[in-house]
Ligand binder design. Structure first.
Ligand code: PMP
Length: 426
């Protein structure tokens, strides 16, 4: 796929990085699922607004007014990008982790005062697992090996609970950060709503890759991160139904979240302010909104075609190499996003990643991807290697990875590694 060009320019493209042999090559960033480089348009917007920022919602001066307007406009842009319904709230958070912890504090208790019940799958990123285990009564379901089987399990679990202690929420990944695979959103929403449960989608890996609309899918809550959506670090979002959010006790307490504070008690605001205590991150919100605008300007079919070409080549190229195995959760998953995880038998994943960086200038991620239960269930407790692509990825980078892994298997690494118990390690 050497002829596949990036869909949009990103900052840092073409950066020269040193290799162990002393030469320099242009960096192939195939770790965009961890953090994606900013779109050039986002960087331009940040540069434009940087001189303008001042206190948001807290000052009468001109720049405070401008900053407040920028912040609130960014909120509307972010909400519109994910099809927020008229009555939904769009909260500016720090990232997906922050969004999910926030929502975990807002799931209503059961009628007898017990914490609200939340159903999650074991395929989740820890960010969509641990907040529910702490703040709510979480049931973690071991998913099946096909989409159909997993949907049937979810239905059964929700149905069994419905007569007694029904689930308030089904918290599910929008796209796996390990395999890029998804469950069909429409079917999930229909099943959950049939049994009175709301649906939260962890959109950290979905939103950068696919257009998703709360309004048209019926998804109740969506969480995502700016730094995975081609904006720099610092801002994320939680978008969804306002009743739980307006009733929940804010997990972050402080200035801006309150209507009135007396020594005897506090009246919290309703609306976004309730959950945005402290001085807001206006530049982060503007950057995320700029990324949303830029992604909205792309034809979704072009995004999918670009990404599918890269992903298919990654999978077929890697699978054609002796000893390489590509990780899958659901054999029948459709339309996975550009995240491909693999192992190379005989090579520690840490070594593969270090070799790709030191000898080929390729950035990938290795480890268990904050998804220990899933990696354990699939038999990859020793970890794996993940390559991921986005709108800024060129086909040449994918080809470079495939050639490099092929060379590793054919020749072994050139320098700086040991063999321990038959395994190449760093
Ligand atoms: N969910 C998924 C699916 C992710 O991939 C990640 C990040 N790896 C997160 C949640 C957490 O995102 P953040 O670190 O931006 O909070």
């Amino acid at each position: 796929v050497t002829d596949v060009a990036p869909l949009r320019p990103v900052v840092g493209g073409g950066t020269l990085v040193p290799l162990v042999d002393g030469t320099r090559v242009s960096y192939a960033n195939l770790d965009v699922a961890a953090s994606a480089p900013a779109l050039q348009a986002v960087a331009d917007r940040v540069t434009q607004v940087l001189p303008l920022y001042a206190s948001v919602h807290r000052g009468a001066g001109y720049l405070s007014q401008v900053s407040t307007a920028l912040y609130e406009t960014a909120r509307r842009t972010i909400g519109a990008f994910v099809g927020a319904r008229e009555d939904d709230l769009t909260l500016i958070t720090r990232n997906t982790t922050d969004s999910l912890n926030l929502l975990a504090g807002c799931v209503p208790a059961q009628p007898d005062g017990e914490p609200g019940r939340v159903l999650v799958l074991d395929v989740e990123h820890h960010a969509n697992l641990l907040p529910w285990q702490r703040g709510t009564d979480a049931t973690v379901l071991t998913g099946g090996s096909t989409v159909a089987e997993t949907l049937a399990q979810i239905r059964e679990e929700l149905a069994d609970a419905a007569a007694g202690r029904p689930f308030a929420l089904l918290a599910l990944t929008g796209a796996s950060n390990v395999t890029g695979e998804s469950l069909p959103v429409g079917e999930i929403v229909a099943i959950a709503h049939e049994f009175g449960a709301r649906v939260l989608l962890d959109g950290a890996q979905l939103v950068p890759h696919r257009r998703i609309s709360l309004e048209s899918t019926g998804v109740d809550y969506l969480a995502f991160s700016g730094h995975k959506t081609y904006a720099p670090f610092g801002a994320g979002a939680l978008v969804g139904r306002r009743d739980w959010l307006d009733a929940g006790t804010p997990y972050l307490a402080g200035g801006g979240a309150v209507r009135r504070v007396r020594v005897a008690g506090t009246d919290w605001h309703e609306g976004p302010a309730r959950h945005e205590a402290g001085s807001p991150n206006v530049i982060g919100a503007v950057a995320l909104a700029a990324a949303c605008e830029e992604l909205a300007a792309l034809d979704p079919a072009d995004v999918v075609a670009h990404e599918n070409a890269l992903r298919r080549r990654l999978v077929s190229g890697l699978e054609a190499i002796d000893r390489v195995e590509v990780v899958r959760v659901w054999a029948d998953a459709v339309d996975p996003v550009g995240v491909v995880t693999f192992t190379v038998t005989g090579y520690d994943p840490g070594l593969v990643a270090a070799y790709l960086s030191a000898e080929h200038g390729i950035g990938v991620r290795d480890g268990r991807f904050c998804a220990h239960p899933l990696l354990g269930r699939l038999g990859f407790d020793a970890g794996a290697v993940r390559a991921s692509v986005g709108v800024g990825t060129a086909g040449e980078e994918v080809e470079r990875l495939i050639a490099a892994v092929g060379r590793l298997v054919a020749e072994g690494p050139q320098a700086g590694y040991d063999v321990v118990d038959g395994l190449w390690v760093v």
